[in-house]
Design a protein around this ligand. Structure first.
Ligand SMILES: [Zn+2]
Length: 287
């Protein structure tokens, strides 16, 4: 039997793009905090003969084009994580469109392949999210987390667990637009990765992956390059940002990639949704 599929995605931003850093009192003068994490991730993917999706802040195409190029050349998918990593719900509609359009255009130019996927910073969706993405030529979104409500943070809005026509999560979404939700732990309903891998440990993540696979769901995980490096101490950045960053996460990524899954891109998972529209929408989700 072939191995179940999973996707290890990367939200490629720097430490200084984090809302938690932007809102802090202190500053760092270290440039590009997290760039080394991209190298660690690319090496880990190559050693595991795996591919992934890098949801990349569009500014990287201007400031670090060779890194974006390398991601594409090594067989990974380059997708958008906005141009400057602002929360979409805090922007007006023309600013929002600009974040989505500019990043797509710049990343496509540098990666040499059309960018069709998108993930919102902090999973924060603006109004008309799916329609705007479709208008601009995107084909799928991966900003839905079907987790419990985490007060002051996110969650509690969605329950879709597998790739689905986006109209199943938002009736105003165009018929052929696809949503690929990120993975949460069965019953506990907290994300398998992000901060949670560092809080609960990588065995929590791996258990969650196996439970999803048992139900025929391909786990979609996400990590950040800045989680794989040692971070500068900055006054006012919450402690949770620092928990187990650096060596722990470099090992964790390798442990995940050693699991008996076929690691594919999020775009490949999006393509498993066929005949998008009302007929297939009812088939999705909730076990
Ligand atoms: Zn982000």
């Amino acid at each position: 039997m072939s191995q179940p599929q999973a996707a290890l995605s990367v939200d490629f931003e720097f430490f200084t793009h984090l809302p938690a850093y932007r809102g802090a009192r202190g500053v760092t003068d270290r440039p590009a905090v997290g760039l080394g994490g991209v190298t660690s991730l690319l090496d880990a993917f190559a050693d595991a003969d795996a591919s992934g999706t890098f949801f990349t802040v569009g500014e990287m195409a201007d400031d670090h084009p060779r890194v974006v190029e390398r991601i594409a050349v090594e067989g990974h998918e380059v997708a958008s994580h906005t141009h400057t990593h602002q929360h979409l719900s805090e922007l007006d509609s023309s600013e929002r469109r600009d974040e989505l359009a500019r990043s797509k255009e710049r990343l496509t130019a540098v990666a040499g392949e059309p960018v069709t996927g998108f993930r919102a910073p902090s999973f924060d969706l603006g109004p008309d999210h799916f329609r705007t993405l479709a208008d601009l030529g995107y084909e799928y979104d991966s900003s839905v987390v079907p987790c419990r409500s985490i007060p002051g943070w996110y969650g509690g809005e969605f329950d879709a667990e597998r790739p689905t026509p986006a109209s199943a999560v938002d009736p105003t979404a165009p018929d052929d637009f696809v949503e690929v939700p990120t993975a949460v732990m069965e019953r506990l309903r907290l994300p398998l990765t992000g901060t949670w891998i560092r809080f609960f440990g990588v065995t929590y993540t791996i258990l969650g992956m196996r439970l999803l696979a048992r139900r025929g769901i391909a786990p979609v995980l996400y990590v950040h390059p800045w989680e794989l490096v040692d971070l500068p101490a900055v006054e006012g950045v919450p402690k949770r940002v620092y928990v187990r960053t650096g060596a722990y996460m470099r090992r964790a990524v390798r442990r995940i990639l050693a699991e008996p899954f076929e690691f594919v891109t999020v775009g490949e998972l999006a393509e498993t949704v066929d005949g998008a529209g009302p007929a297939s929408a009812g088939r999705s989700d909730r076990s």
